[in-house]
Design a protein around this ligand. Structure first.
Ligand code: HEM
Length: 402
């Protein structure tokens, strides 16, 4: 049985996905958090499942869902962390999404352009003024989205490094078994305590930020519980940087590995829009959507997925499906049409897509323009991928800038 956490699969899952799409499109897989589960690998099937209410992210709805996450032994703090839109079905989902949606519309995000450009320029000035050797994730790809989403929410600068440690740990929870989860309990409590304090401060002294807006929504009409507020802040912070970091870093890696495409982009910067779409398709920063549970028996390609079973929707596999994308393993920054599923589909379609696209465009353009001689500082074979099931990202990306 395929183990989704095995090191070889993490390093290069694409040949396995191709074989599965061809021979066994709905395999049984093993994963520490969800145990024995199903995986859907073909584009059309993944797209349908993303829009199908029988595949829910709300695990508490299906009583026989077998996961340590539903165990009564688990501290309630873990369940509280899931009181957000991504773990809810409509109408609760819509209520939670509407509270923050306005801040993420393409028009609102456009106004952030100059600020995102300034943060990018500062980071590159700092990186470029030091030595020639740079760790691109730590120095650029991570601080950019983390600063942007922290500023939107109102997380003070001195607390961001701490949050980074927590979010790293929380991503690893998704690859952990029931026993290992115990080690994460103090982290969850520390994080909840921190957010409670932040919310309490905003109650007394509201500011022009998203946390104050959530506090106002709570006060206006009891529309939001404190668990929901904490969980929403946590989701926005986590989704706001743990994904975009991979668009920037894996995107730059793909360009370094394809010098012709990089040269083409440098000479035609107006290809930036389609280049970012292609890098999203090619790298799939979110490898799997959040795990779904089937609310009733579902049959697909001769396999019966019984009610209560977990299902992984392999976005990274769908994005390389040869029946939709000609030469799917080839990077082609001019590819059109490019209806990738990197941001998902249906009710949970990525709320932050306009922000991620803008950050990706500004960062990659600056990197390509300012450092045309950039090269990898280690052989590709030495690059390591993170041990997280839902995001696909490098642990580090060492480069020579010139
Ligand atoms: C390249 C960067 C990004 C990628 C590839 C990405 C991908 C995704 C995907 C695939 C989903 C759907 C998950 C599912 O159906 O299970 C999603 C949902 C979500 N994303 Fe993103 N995302 C990115 C950046 C962002 C940013 C910058 C934010 C900003 C806060 C964000 C916030 C969210 C939220 C709140 C949801 C849940 C939406 C809902 O449940 O209605 N994402 N994202």
């Amino acid at each position: 049985m395929l183990s989704l956490s095995s090191q070889s699969f993490r390093t290069d899952p694409f040949p396995t996905y191709a074989a599965l799409r061809r021979d066994d499109p709905v395999p049984v897989v093993q994963q520490p958090m969800t145990g024995k589960s199903w995986m859907i690998t073909r584009y059309e099937d993944v797209a349908s499942a993303l829009k199908d209410p029988r595949f829910t992210t709300n695990m508490s709805r299906v009583r026989n869902a077998m996961s340590w996450m539903e165990s009564p032994l688990l501290p309630s703090a873990f369940r509280a962390m899931r009181s957000n839109m991504l773990s809810a079905d409509d109408p609760a989902h819509r209520r939670l999404r509407d509270l923050v949606h306005k801040a993420f519309t393409p028009r609102m995000i456009e106004t952030l352009g100059p600020r995102i450009q300034r943060i990018t320029d500062d980071l590159l000035d700092r990186a470029g003024s030091r030595v020639n050797y740079v760790e691109l994730i730590e120095d650029v790809a991570l601080p950019l989205p983390l600063t942007v989403i922290s500023e939107m929410l109102g997380i003070p600068e001195e607390d961001r490094a701490r949050f980074r440690k927590w979010s790293n740990a929380m991503l690893e929870v998704s690859s952990a078994g029931a026993l290992q989860v115990v080690g994460f309990v103090p982290i969850v409590y520390r994080m909840m305590r921190y957010f409670r304090q932040l919310i309490a401060q905003r109650r007394v002294q509201p500011q022009d930020d998203l946390i104050s807006e959530l506090v106002r929504a709570e006060q206006d009409g009891d529309r939001l519980t404190e668990d929901e507020m904490i969980s929403t802040i946590f989701l926005l912070l986590l989704a706001g940087h743990e994904t975009t970091v991979n668009l920037i870093a894996s995107g730059m890696l793909a360009l370094l590995e394809h010098p012709d495409q990089r040269a083409c982009l440098r000479e035609n910067l107006d290809l930036m829009d389609s280049a970012v779409e292609e890098l999203l398709r090619y790298g799939s920063p979110v490898e799997h959507a959040s795990p779904r549970v089937v609310t009733e028996d579902v049959e697909l390609h001769g396999k019966l997925m019984p009610k209560g079973d977990f299902v992984w929707l392999a976005l990274a596999s769908a994005n390389r499906d040869e029946s939709v994308f000609p030469n799917p393993d080839q990077l082609d920054i001019t590819r059109t049409p490019n209806k990738h599923l990197a941001f998902g589909l249906g009710i949970h379609y990525c709320l932050g897509a306009p922000l991620a696209r803008l950050e990706g465009k500004i960062a990659l353009r600056a990197l390509v323009e300012r450092f045309p001689q950039m090269q990898l500082a280690v052989p590709t074979s030495q690059l390591q991928w993170r041990n997280a099931i839902s995001v696909r990202g490098l642990k580090s990306l060492p480069v020579f800038l010139r």
